[in-house]
Design a protein around this ligand. Structure first.
Ligand code: ATP
Length: 245
């Protein structure tokens, strides 16, 4: 199964607010790609465009599956989930009054995913044992780190091949950020998941990323072919390594 995402010249926004300007990026099968940028630079908007939740003003947004191209700008969010794309939204968006298991089941609402529930539950409980231990606990009573793991696990219940993860580190202590990032890295090893991860935390993101992009004011300022290339870039040095951010 070869899946890749290609975005070319994407413009998107909210009325007069232009959130993305001419964004071009790609994610190949099996890669973990970091989309790095501070608050308000367009990371979430880009992920919402891929999911069909925000419609771009112009540009190309295509998923290729085994050589067959799918124009994501013409598909509903449900159809995009069916193609194997899932989003772990910023702020987790769990159902706090529902249990861990109930939240997980809501991730498996599409027909394709319903037939794979047992297999996907085994994967998420194996990856996140704390969720199995707490399967009957209300999601809202779990710690921030556990909630982030549940949000990732819920997305995995839809049998994705491409996982979009929006700022997994937000609101977590440094230790939990480190553990969450390590878990995302583990998923790549385990199931060969393709990942596009938006992050503000440069040093944590590059631990598991194969390569990355820096987005500034809705434009791709840096497109690096490797983490070493990213670290050597002057814009990156100024933004992240010189202590400015
Ligand atoms: N629903 C909306 N209506 C109007 N403007 C919006 C909306 N959502 C985002 N924006 C604006 O679009 C721009 C990009 O925001 P976006 O959320 O994509 O950035 P981000 O890099 O993900 O940052 P954050 O981590 O704060 O979400 C910002 O100027 C933001 O204020």
């Amino acid at each position: 199964m070869a899946l890749s995402l290609a975005i070319e010249g994407l413009d998107a926004g909210y009325g007069a607010v232009k959130a993305l300007r001419g964004v071009t990026l790609h994610v190949e099968a099996g890669e973990t790609v970091a989309l790095l940028g501070t608050n308000g630079n367009g990371k979430s908007t880009l992920m919402k465009c891929v999911m069909g939740l925000v419609r771009p003003d112009s540009g190309r947004l295509a998923l290729s599956i085994d050589g067959v191209a799918h124009d994501l700008t013409k598909l509903s969010p449900e159809a995009i989930v069916d193609l194997g794309v899932a989003l772990v939204p910023e702020g987790r968006r769990l159902f706090p009054k529902l249990t861990v298991t109930e939240n997980l089941m809501l991730g498996a609402f599409r027909k394709v995913a319903r037939s794979a529930i047992q297999q996907n539950l085994a994967l998420v409980f194996d990856t996140f044992p704390v969720l199995e231990e707490r399967r009957n606990q209300l999601a809202g009573t779990m710690s921030g780190g556990q909630q982030q793991m549940l949000a990732i696990a819920r997305a995995l219940m839809s049998s994705p091949r491409l996982l979009l993860i929006d700022e997994p580190s937000v609101g977590l202590s440094p230790l939990l950020v480190s553990q969450t990032i390590a878990k995302i890295g583990e998923l790549k090893q385990r199931v060969g998941l393709t990942v596009l991860m938006a992050e503000q935390n440069f040093n944590q993101a590059i631990r598991i990323a194969d390569r990355g992009y820096i987005i500034v004011h809705g434009e791709i300022a840096v497109a690096a072919q490797s983490v070493d290339e990213l670290k050597a870039n002057d814009i990156v040095k100024r933004l992240y390594l010189g202590g400015v951010v």
